[in-house]
Every structure is written in C-alpha cells, then in structure tokens.
Design a protein around this ligand. Sequence first.
Ligand code: GAL
Length: 718
Amino acid sequence: MKNLTMLFALFMLAFSCTVKNDSKQISGAKLTPQWQEELPGVWKSEINEPADFNLLSVSGKEPRQDAIKKMKNAPIPIDQKEVEAFTRNGKTYVRFPLEKEEQIFGLGLNFKTVHQRGKILRLHMDHYTGKDDGRSHAPVPFFISSKGYGVFINAARYIDIYVGSGVTKDSKHPAKVVDRNVGKGWSSRPYSDNIEFVVPEEGVELIMFTGENMMDVVRRFNLYCGGGTLPPKWGLGFWQRTPTRYSDNDQRKEVAGFEKNNFPLDVLGLEPGWHSKAYPCTFEWDEGRYPDPAGFTKEMSEKGVYLNLWCNPYLWPDSNLDKKMKNYTGSHTVWCGTVPDYTIPEARKIMQDHFNKHQLDIGVSGYKIDEVDGFDHWLWPDVATFPSGKDGEQMRQTYGTQMMTLTDEIYRRKNERTYGLIRAANAGSVSYPYVIYNDYYSHRDFITALINSSFNGVLWTPEVRQSKSSEEWVRRMQSVCFSPMAMLNAWASGTKPWSFPDVYKACQDVAFLRMQMLPYIYSTFAQYHFEGTPPFRAMELTEGYYAKAEETQGKLDDTNNPYEEAVKKEVKDQYMMGDYVLVAPMFAGEKERKVVLPRGKWYDFYTGKYVGDGEVIKVKPGLDKIPLFVKDGGILPMIPSIRQTAEWNNNTPLEIRVYGKADGTFKLYDDDGKTFDFEKGKYTMKSLSVSNGKGSIKDEHTGGPWNFGKVSWKFMTK
Ligand code: GAL
C-alpha cells in the first residue's frame, strides 16, 4: 500500500511538471516552449536550464514597465505548437515557423543587407569584415518578423542561426523537387519554412515581443532592455576628433580654427596620444603633450567645448592601474596589455576610481572605447580564461557592454550625462549613451548600418574621415549630420571640415542645419527614451510604408507598380529621422537617385512643395543639398543657426515649421540638457498641434526647464 501511494505521488509529480511547463525536459526530446506573458506583449519562455550569465544580466537594466504597460495588448501571431526546442549534448536547438511572404529583420548590425531571410549567420562579436555573416560590432540575437513579433535569444554566446535556409524532412511546406537532369526551375536554395538556431548552452531564455506592427515589436524590445538613451544636448552638436599626437596647443589651434571658419563644434575627441603610453593604455595624461590636464579641460569648457577621450580597456604592463588590477585580469594579453575582468566588482571599482580621479573630476565628458570587438588577432582568443570563471566567448560577446555599464555608472553618480563611442555593443545596450563606429569606410554600407541599427537597439555613426574628392567629402558630411553623432574622425588624416574649400559652404550649411534641427532631434531621442522608438529608423518601421498595389499610384517609372516592387526589395539607402523626416543621402558619383515615398503625401523639406504619395520618385539635388522629405502634417521645431549647444537658452527663438495640409502633432521635449533630473520628472513636454491650418501649443508635462524664447509658426506648404 505504501509503495502504491509513493508511486501515485511520483506519478502526480511527473504529471504536474509536464502540465506546468513543457519548456523543461532533460531527456533531449523535443518540447513545445510555453510562453508566459510577463508584461503586455512581452512573453518569456525558459528552455531547460538557461545560464545565469546572459546579455541582460550584464547590461543590468530594468524593463521600463510603466511604458510597456501603456502599449496595446498584442497576441502571439504564430501557432505556438509549431515552435520546437530541445537540448542535447550541451546545446539548445530552437525552431520557429516561417510563412511564405514573411520577411525577417534584425540579427545584428549588418552593413550590406536589411532582409535577413535566407541568411546563415553566426552571431559573433567582431569588427565588421566586409561580409554580413553574423560577425559584427553588435551581433544582437534578436529577430523581427514582418508578421508582427520578434524573438530575443538572451544568451552571451555565439549563436548559429539559419534564417529560412534549412529544410526539414517533416516540413509542412516541402520544397518542390525538380530533376536537374531534365526539369526546369531547379533551385539551388530549396524553399525553407523555418528559422532555426543553436545556442551552445544547456538551455536558453527566449523573450518574445509582439505588436500591431514591427515598430511596436522594436519599441517593446527597447523598453524591455531599459528604454533608449537620451544624450546630453552637447552630444548632438558637432564632433571633431584630432590627430593622435596633438598636444594641448594643437588642440587650442584646432578650436580656434573652428571659430575662425565659423563651423559648429561642441566636442573635441582626443585620440591615443593623451595617454602617457598607448596602446595598451596607462589612462594617465602625457605630461609632455598635456602638462596641465585640469587647466586645459577647464579652458576648453569655458569655450563651450567638451572633451572625449579615446581608450582601449587594456592596461600598460606595470602601469599604476595594471599593478592594482593584478588579481583581476585574464590569462591573455591584448596589444600586450592585461585584460581586466570587469564582471568582478573590485575590478570595476579600481577602474571607476581611476576614471573619477584623473578624468571625470577635472571635467572630462566621456570616452571613446576602442578595440572591444575584435578582429580575432587583436583580442583574446576563445581559449582565454578569466578570474570570475567566465570564458573567452562570454567575455567577447559582452566586453563592450561591460565598459558601457562601468562608465555610465560613474557619470550617473555625478548626475552628469555622457555620450561616447564604442566599437562593440549587444542586446541590452539601448539605454547606454554610446554610438557604434568602426574602421570600415563604405559610405553606402554606413547608411545600411544606420538603417539596421534601428532593429537592434543600438546607435551608429557613419563618421567622416577623409575622401578622394570634394564630392565624396560633402556627401559624407551631409549623411553624418543626419545621424546620431555628427563626427569628423581625423585621428589619422588630420582633415578639417574646410579641407575641401570648394564644398566648404555646403558642409557648413548642413552642419548648421543640424544645429537648427536640434529641438526636433532632441525630442526624437526623448521618444527613444520614453517610448522606445528608435530615432533613426528603417523605412519598414514607418507607417504607411507597406501598401497594397491598388492603393499606390505607379507613376514615374516604367514598371506597373514601382512602389509595390520597391518596398518588397531591400531599401538600403534611405531612412527616417524621427516621425516626420525622410533622409535620402547622395553618394559620390551620383547626380540623381530614386526615393521610395511611403503612402501619404510627402513634401520637400527645403521648399515645402508636394513631391509624391506612395510612389518612387527621382531626385536630382545639387551638391549643396541632401534630399530631405517631410510627411504630410509634419511639424519641425527649429532654432536659429547656433555654433554650439551652449548658445541654446531660454531666449532662443523657436520656429515651428509645418509641412503639407494634414493635421499633425509633435511632442516637443526639453530639459536641462545635461543631468539625469529628467528621470525624476524635471522636464517639459509640450504638444505642438496643427488642426485646420492653425497651430496651437499645449502642456503635456511641466516642471522642467523650457529653453525657448519667442515662438513663431511657419507654414511651408502654400
Ligand atoms: C582605431 C579606431 C580609430 C582610431 C584609432 C587610433 O582602432 O577605430 O577610430 O581611434 O584606433 O589609434
């Protein structure tokens, strides 16, 4: 009897385990992941035994629950029974279904492709090598489906993912077999109806985000990872990075050059030469080039110039920092320097104290954190070991994030916002004030990366370094002024904005235009912070972009419906800045280009004239203009041309430009531009609205600074 009771109890236990959660099995057999709705439209599933160390544990940010809860509920749009997973030999395999028309976006900061269906990727932190194979500066394991859902694989591992390339024997939509010897239409890539991935761990945490459209999916992902960063105002001004060996006097001359040539300048970037030795780094000022760092920093600050310091995290042997860090470094060196394990609190503290004492306390505004991505030869190998017990692979996938969290923390403690550069980020980086850059230099691919950044919760700058011609120079300058960081990185070339005199006026105009648009750009970043909406975004995330054939006009091209054709293809060279401005950069060698205008009326930014609606148009701008279009009802708050953000104050006139004839609204955001007080409610949000051709302003949130003087409205479309 006793045995029978025990048997019954065991049976009940086994039964309740299966019923409660089919996502845990140890047998290696296939299971159907169970999804728990943690927040509206955020669904979690734990497959077997996920590791404790993962991408979100490193980034350490809490989900922005309040903001997610304001979003509309969204059911899971796929048949959950079609999702399968199993763990075998220390690896976890997962499969999701794909439909015929479905497209997949995301999966890292790709440079050549936006559509990911058909790709085979190994998501692996690396410097971009010229191929979209998964190795990138942000190998974010998050895919977004055009069906209105996305899946985030929360693992700090290299992940192999087959995006509609593998074909299973039990496929519900088997590919057509054609005898190659006699048949026609034989395909070298048979149709695949699934997306499969392998995580080299005993289990994995999956987080699914759903939404009415892909934008809502992205917003939920961003909010879940902490919400977008809000840079200080100065971070959105113009940046100049100077040659490596510049001294304080050279920097003074550089700043004077910007004044003399009347070119915007908010940030001066000091490259390796500010260190007494680099690389690896001492993190101590070079006494010859910078005899008085505190005095120099103060002097620059009085000129309205913020300093950003280059570093890589590897320590010069026997430097002060290296000695202190002795017990906390990994088995290998990088650039001959020791590699701190920043997952160890003591190591973080040593570095943070050093940063505080030598840099933050004297007024340094931020860092450029280099070499945290790869290339393979320039990083530790995967066989490296680290004192915390993390392995080389885990460290590689997260080192950039570790550096971002470490520096973000110290600036937060000082209640000062920073904005900097990083060469490696991952999922969970969205709320960190860093922009990704690299050494690659294709202008076109830089724009594709900017588009892809919006699917991955990261920011990217198409930095300008040098150019073969004046035409290339001005085209690159125009693009960078419409990006998260308007920067000239002259560390090797010594170029200045006026290096190509024949196009100087055009460079100056576009840099000042960015300054004029700062209220729009800053508010767009506030939207990133409060609502998770990426500031620079892919066309696919724009309302009205996908349209049915009969709703579009099919003009200006010789195909039947060029618009429909165009949106099905990858659009890799145009993007949205905020809700209203479509940016279509020009590239050297091109006199004209096509622009795909989403459904709804669009207007020329410069003239306010109507240009089209749901169609493909051709534009032929001169060298002096980057094509910009504004959506019907678009409201753009602008200020006069200022050279530095320091000039923006409560006397600055506000001109509200209105485009088209439709009603529209824009949330104009303002705060002190430099502290975290906005997180405690000290900010101002006003709703600018146009209805029946009349503009009005309404308070949405009060209690913070409002840096505008006289307000005027300008209706651009006559
Ligand atoms: C590179 C970096 C460049 C520049 C250079 C200085 O690794 O990508 O932007 O900072 O180092 O040595």
